[in-house]
Design a protein around this ligand. Structure first.
Ligand code: GTP
Length: 213
């Protein structure tokens, strides 16, 4: 079999209010499992997903699972550094978590831009759709409008529990990032946007930034 020609490494953020399902979405996406047991993330956690994008291209995604409580802290600026894209997640059964979406998006846009000054690609995830299938059914147009107004590249109803639309949402985000990278390559040296990656004993990904502060 011929080796892939192109390798991409992207840091992706997964943000949104407490308990909306960020960890569960990542677990489903990376480990193909789900637990109904809730344990709040403290700070940030990491996972790595390898996508065979096409016969010639491998895409590695470093998923940064950022605790919901971090919206009220000062660490998001550090966590956001050098990300190429993000998922913002809300829980369809809790309207307050949707109201927080714009705050998360503003926080992100105020602290992170691509090296060419443009905003990073962000996909909105309406999670736990297995619990409230009707909540968004009649609001599709409103959601399209909301995404346009707030600069999301797309939105998906997802369920980590039933494995609905998570792969699709990721493909949408990666597609936009690949397109953005073509623009970036024209003006920026590739090494400038690549973080340093090593593996730890536990198999988790440890990201070492030389200039965190
Ligand atoms: N029914 C249903 N429950 C879900 C789904 N996704 C997550 N949950 C449940 O929601 C609770 C919170 O999920 P987490 O993945 O821990 O949420 P989180 O956003 O990572 O939370 P923080 O770490 O506090 O920010 C857990 O009890 C999950 O089992 C889903 O798609 N459907």
């Amino acid at each position: 079999m011929q080796a892939p020609h192109k390798e991409h490494l992207y840091k992706l953020l997964v943000i949104g209010d407490l308990g909306v399902g960020k960890t569960s979405i990542i677990k489903r996406y990376v480990h193909q499992n789900f637990s109904s047991h809730y344990r709040a993330t403290i700070g940030v956690d990491f996972a790595l997903k390898v996508l065979h994008w096409d016969p010639e291209t491998v895409v590695r995604l470093q998923l940064w699972d950022i605790a919901g409580q971090e919206r009220f802290g000062n660490m998001t600026r550090v966590y956001y550094r050098e990300a190429m894209g993000a998922f913002i997640v809300f829980d369809v059964t809790r309207p307050a978590t949707f109201e927080a979406v714009a705050k998360w998006k503003n926080d992100l846009d105020s602290k992170l831009t691509l090296p060419n000054g443009k905003p990073v690609s962000v996909v909105l995830l309406a999670n736990k759709c297995d619990q409230g299938k009707d909540v968004l059914m009649n609001n599709g147009l409103k959601m399209d409008q909301f995404c346009k107004e707030h600069g999301f590249v797309g939105w998906f109803e997802t369920s980590a529990k039933e494995n609905i639309n998570i792969d699709e949402a990721s493909r949408c985000l990666v597609k936009h990032i690949l397109a953005n990278e073509c623009d970036l390559m024209e003006s920026i040296e590739p090494d400038v946007v690549k973080p340093h990656l090593t593996s730890t004993k536990s198999g988790k990904v440890l990201l070492i930034y030389l200039q965190v502060f």
